[in-house]
Design a binder for this molecule. Structure first.
Ligand SMILES: Cc1ncc(COP(=O)(O)O)c(C=O)c1O
Length: 516
């Protein structure tokens, strides 16, 4: 048996084997799986824009106008007018001076963290941050101090313990809405700590954009912290229905990232059709913010339905709702039982979530109807009973775990030196560190050369030698407007509706909800 086969078998035995599930049709409220229509309850197409006729048209039109590929890195010939246009729209939407597109949220996080922290610097990272932040921390080669989930006291304690060394930089990084739990970071407190301890603050709004804040501008805007947060990362692949990502920040920060963020410098620019699709989605979101209201009311409907069935789910507006069943196999079985009853919510297992917290991660979309979500809640209760699970007995979403400084000091000797990697999931209650060059095998330090096989992060001298930024000098004049307004949307919508598995009329549904 090859080493690879062995590893695959091991994953199978641990209940951690993954396979790709084929879904037919667009990411609408209903998809076909094995030819059978099922309610889709695990897509990040939160606002239903990925398959919106105007978004599709914009992408198709851009392909005809600009072609499919961007042809080069942003720094070579890849900065096209459509990129600039979306950047301007996003900066305006997020209330920042400037914006920079990246190939994906994963790349944006790697790039931004890698630019803002390096060897000798310190990154303070929430223990449940997304894997792309974790990987950004690893690649940066900075010391990484992982603080307990949403625990402001622990963050403050960590900032005190890890005093700033001469000339070194400090970066606090957090998701705003946590991807697997749907809870929200205490951004105001974190921003205050960042100011007190002279640290930069980076917030990943991947799951907040399109739901939280005025008009869906995100949690940073909701808290009015646009000026306090140094780097806002967002993805175009979720509420904005497309692919790619962005960093919203000051003009100075954007110029810095253009000069230092390796995933931007060394990777082809996002393709014009996906950029145009995201721009059309952004315009739709801004023109019709009731879509955001609808997502929030659907989130509430899903939560209410689940609570009625006995699941320990709290009220709230956030559209991500975990059903934590703990055991990996139980999560898979629950997923299968629900699927057989017509609802699809993928089981999420380690390392995507901490060991012992496998779950179904449910996501409401604006395009669901309240009755679909209620039906789904009943299906999950039936599926739970079918596998011998009492909905009332499942683990509630993570409780708040604030600690006093005294408690933290007392526990200090027990803290393990660990990487912000695979092991971070095994003990949620320990402070974990990662130090570049740590040599203890069990601490599993990330060794860039060994594990990544990549070249080191650019030094200041190397960066200075990089190609000159082209961001401020577009490669062509933007003389052709993207005409997404003049299309016959009614005809497109009718065609779309007849092709869909389940007809969905957003305006009608909204009217019904309001009337109810
Ligand atoms: C919090 C968070 N950040 C970043 C990403 C990565 O974004 P993308 O899918 O655009 O690579 C994700 C994706 O799930 C995420 O949940």
């Amino acid at each position: 048996m090859s080493e690879i086969e062995q590893r695959l078998e091991e994953l199978e035995q641990l209940g951690l084997y993954r396979r790709l599930r084929l879904v037919s049709g667009p990411q609408g409220p209903t998809v076909l799986i094995d030819g059978k229509p099922v309610l889709l309850l695990c897509s990040n197409n939160y606002l239903g824009l990925a398959d919106h006729p105007r978004v599709r048209e914009a992408a198709a039109e851009a392909a005809m106008r600009w072609g499919v590929g961007a042809g080069a890195s942003r720094l070579v010939s890849g900065t096209m007018t459509i990129h600039r246009r979306l950047e301007e729209g996003l900066a305006d939407f997020k209330g920042t001076e400037s914006c920079l597109l990246f190939g994906s949220g994963y790349l944006a996080n790697i790039g931004a963290i890698g630019s803002l922290a390096g060897a000798g610097d310190t990154v303070f990272s929430d223990e449940l941050n997304h894997a792309s932040i974790v990987d950004g921390c690893r690649v940066s080669r900075a010391e990484v101090v992982v603080y307990r989930h949403r625990d402001v006291e622990h963050l403050m304690w960590s900032l005190r313990k890890h005093g700033r060394r001469d000339g070194s930089r400090r970066l606090i990084v957090t998701d705003s809405v946590f991807s697997m739990d749907g809870d929200v970071a205490p951004l105001e407190d974190i921003a205050e700590l960042a100011a007190m301890y002279d640290a930069r603050l980076m917030v990943d709004e991947a799951h907040a954009t399109g739901n939280l804040g005025p008009g869906g501008r995100g949690a940073v805007a909701e808290a009015g912290l646009e000026r306090e947060v140094d780097v806002i990362v967002g993805t175009l692949g979720k509420a904005l229905g497309s692919y790619g990502a962005y960093v919203c920040a000051s003009a100075e920060m954007v110029r810095y990232l253009i000069n230092t963020a390796r995933p931007l410098i060394y990777s082809t620019a996002p393709p014009p059709p996906v950029v145009a699709g995201a721009l059309a989605a952004l315009n739709l979101l801004r023109e019709r913010p009731h879509r955001v209201e609808r997502l929030r009311s659907n989130a509430r409907a899903l939560r209410r339905g689940l609570a009625r069935e006995g699941f320990p789910v709290a009220d709230g507006d956030v559209h991500i709702v975990p059903l934590i069943v703990e055991d990996e196999r139980a999560a898979m079985r629950l997923c299968q039982e629900a699927l057989e009853r017509g609802v699809f919510a993928q089981a999420i297992r380690p390392p995507s979530v901490p060991a012992g917290s496998s779950r179904l991660r449910l996501t409401a979309m604006a395009s669901h109807t309240a009755s679909e979500l209620e039906m789904a809640a009943t299906v999950f209760a039936d599926a739970a009973h079918a596998i011998g699970l009492d909905p009332t007995s499942i683990t509630p979403a993570l409780p708040e775990r604030q600690r006093t400084f005294e408690e933290l000091d007392e526990r200090e000797p027990a803290y393990a030196e660990r990487g912000h990697g695979e092991l971070r999931y095994t003990e949620l209650t320990v402070l974990t560190h990662e130090r570049a060059g740590a040599d203890e095998e069990s601490s599993m330090p990330f060794d860039l050369e060994r594990d990544g096989g990549r070249a080191p992060v650019l030094s200041a001298a190397e960066t200075a030698a990089s190609p000159a930024p082209t961001h401020d000098q577009p490669t062509e004049e933007f003389n052709v407007e993207l005409d997404i307004e003049s299309t016959d949307h009614a005809a497109a919508t009718a065609a779309e509706t007849s092709a869909a598995d389940v007809p969905f009329d957003f305006e009608r549904e909204l009217h019904d909800v309001r009337a109810a």
